[in-house]
Design a protein around this ligand. Structure first.
Ligand code: SF4
Length: 407
């Protein structure tokens, strides 16, 4: 057996870029988005002005993961191919991947259940978010082919969490404890003896942790409140003596920094300035793609002149939710998963913040002159953005051929 035939773990694709690129372009490219870019990201048709954020849509990690999924299909045309959960949080992209005959395996607490069907002859693609340490070990033991698309920026977070565990620090992760990436990151903390983690979703949950650190609430109270977000056997008295901060890569940057400062202040109050360096560590692990998209939309909002924002991306996409939160603080904002959410003069959208279900808003696009800002999360392909533009213009009886520079 040649060396290549024996290889079962792939992290760098299969050198089939030339083969899959045309297919990817056909599926995800948008001439409308190209036109908007040519017009300087700001265009007008009739009384509608459209402004696109300078950074939006597919990030490097998603681009790579999607490409590797297509390459995997080419490389193993006759094998069964599975995917650990959604490759990214975008319904259209997941649908297209499923149409290639790649089966998406739903999440399950136990790897034995999730991968029960997978045999040594099969191929499993690991998504850009990564998978937990237990899942990876389980799959390696099966001997199946693994195509690991875990993003380099996620691997960077894992490296920091490892260091925390090695040095006796509990990882405090700003993230959603049920999110694939955060679950995978948290599992890294457990690879060291005595390693622990605690996830905090927002300022409110962080405030609870700070209250414990300052001695204003008991460990039992904290465990009762955040049990689901803690490592098994977590003991706040023992495990919050030394903490290291990390984030899910796609959280709201400003909130992550605030959470960092809240915990630093609580640890300083509890242990004093002298002990702080030995008890508190922090690394900013928001990825550059997330940061660039948040910075670009902030800049666009600061430039002013917009009446409303349309934010495009899957409803379970954290980075899209973060973009929607930034926009909703300044302007009427509609987070939609795709063009089909615009139904005539009604828009079906997910309100920014704590809400999870869609709401319908009628007459969302004001009459007469209107300026619409657009951005999209890191898992939204350009064709979806282009379709949204077409749908907005169609509401006024306009087409993309009428787009001209806004001047
Ligand atoms: S959002 Fe950031 S961490 Fe996630 S896949 Fe994209 S580049 Fe990687």
């Amino acid at each position: 057996m040649s060396r290549d035939a024996a290889q079962t773990y792939f992290q760098k694709g299969f050198n089939l870029k030339a083969v899959v690129r045309p297919v990817l372009a056909q599926s995800y490219h948008s001439g409308v988005v190209d036109r908007l870019k040519e017009l300087g990201y700001s265009a007008r048709a009739g009384e509608v002005r459209l402004k696109l954020a300078r950074e939006f849509g597919f990030c490097y990690g998603v681009d790579r993961a999607v490409e590797y999924a297509y390459e995997t299909r080419e490389q193993f045309p006759d094998r069964r191919i599975f995917l650990s959960g959604e490759i990214i949080h975008n319904p259209e992209v997941n649908g297209r991947i499923a149409a290639l005959g790649i089966r998406i395996l739903p999440d399950h607490r136990r790897p034995e259940e999730r991968y029960g069907e997978v045999g040594a002859a099969d191929v499993v693609i690991l998504p850009a978010f990564g998978v937990s340490v237990a899942e990876l070990a389980h799959l390696k033991a099966k001997g199946c082919v693994l195509v690991d698309t875990t993003c380099g920026s996620v691997l960077n977070v894992w490296k920091n969490v490892h260091r925390y565990g090695r040095d006796g620090f509990t990882a405090v992760i700003h993230g959603k404890h049920h999110h694939e990436e955060t679950k995978a990151t948290a599992s890294q903390a457990l690879t060291h003896p005595g390693g622990h983690y605690l996830c905090v979703r927002d300022r409110e949950e962080t405030e609870e942790v700070c209250a414990f650190i300052r001695g204003r609430r008991t460990g039992d109270e904290l465990v009762a409140s955040l049990r689901e977000a803690m490592s098994p056997g977590f003991d706040p008295d023992r495990d919050l003596q030394r903490i290291g901060l990390a984030n899910q890569t796609t959280m709201l940057m400003s909130e992550s920094l605030e959470i960092q400062e809240m915990l630093r202040a609580a640890m300083r109050d509890r242990w004093g300035d002298e002990e702080l360096p030995g008890r508190f560590r922090a690394f900013d692990t928001i990825c550059s793609a997330t940061q660039d998209r948040q910075d670009a939309v902030l800049k666009m909002l600061e430039e002013g002149g917009l009446d409303l924002m349309v934010v495009i991306g899957g409803y379970n996409s954290s980075n899209t939710q973060a973009l929607a939160r930034i926009c909703a603080a300044r302007l009427p904002t509609y987070h939609i998963s795709g063009a089909d959410r615009i139904d005539g003069h009604t828009i079906n959208h997910r309100p920014a913040g704590a809400h999870h279900s869609e709401v319908a808003t009628a007459a969302w696009l004001p009459e007469g002159e209107v300026s619409v800002g657009l951005t999209a999360g890191a898992s939204t392909p350009n064709n979806v953005v282009g379709e949204v533009v077409e749908r907005i213009l169609a509401l006024r009886g306009l087409g993309t051929a009428q787009l001209v520079a806004a001047g």
